[in-house]
Design a protein around this ligand. Sequence first.
Ligand code: KG4
Length: 343
Amino acid sequence: MEKKDIYILGIESSCDDTSAAVLKNNVIQSNVTASQDVHKAYGGVVPELASRAHQQNVVPVVDQALKRAGIAKEQLSAVAFTRGPGLMGSLLVGVNFAKGFARSLNIPMIEVNHLQGHVMAHFIKESEDDSHMPPFPFICLLVSGGNSQIVKVNAYNDMEVLGQTIDDAAGEAIDKCSKVMGLGYPGGPVIDRLARQGNPLAYKFAEPNVAGFDYSFSGLKTSFLYNMRKWVQDDPDFIEHHKEDIAASLEHAIVDILMKKLRMAVKQTGIRHVAVAGGVSANNGLRNAFRDHAGRYGWTIYIPKFSYTTDNAAMIACVGTFKYRDGDFTQMDIPVFSKVTFE
Ligand code: KG4
């Protein structure tokens, strides 16, 4: 008998991006994301405003995703949605939409852990014959605005956290430092752009001293703030005159911290298939460090396409496809969760 194609609609609404995507047997058909500019004025995500914007965006975004995929909603096999972790109000919009949509079509629902989604973004296929994906087990550096973790990925549904931040996440530190520099929110892309023109060794900031594979970024953030205050006191235009060097030095410090623990984890586990995922994996300094490590230490590296680094629904639909094949469906009464967990 011919195997039936699996069409999964993914819905992601954990923070400030409303995203919907369609995958056919894990091959991307569409991935539509509405970002929320409303938060820029506040220097960070305002949860209440995020939920309201999701309410406005979710229907048009899903509509666009289906149109771009060129399929009718009746062709969908299941609806996969981000259950958590994330902002409660934001998650509730996506989850409740998914429940109503799946019920109206009488198709299964699949809950997906947002972090698992980021890691599994490497399995989204660009075409039928796309085969560049890590073999299990592999090591994944998961770096975003909310998380900095080293994960041993044994299977799509079996992930072990080897180390994680004990305070701020890498993306959070970048965003806070860029706010101190007056660069707006989110700071990551601006820091990345400025860093390309600066000297990474111009300034030094505090280095963390944390045991094992865990990370810490709060000391670096505080030392960045105190240094800036001191330098601006001496020269009010200091930041404006040196923003490229400051950005390059900050990026260098953060990439250094991330790669040091990752090297230790690779060495200890002996697993040399190494992936990077999450919003900060868009960073060019980090991507270059990965390429450098591939050459220097014989790692086989997996770097996601830019569109699959920050929050997107394609990664949710991708996990959805794996779960669909296993018949791992969700009941209507499933609640959302806000806490960071891989369970
Ligand atoms: O994965 P993501 O979209 O959201 C979370 O789940 O947290 O990650 C957002 C984070 C923000 O901190 C943002 O500043 C950072 O990713 N980011 C970057 C870059 N693009 C986004 N950080 C450094 N360089 C970039 N190019």
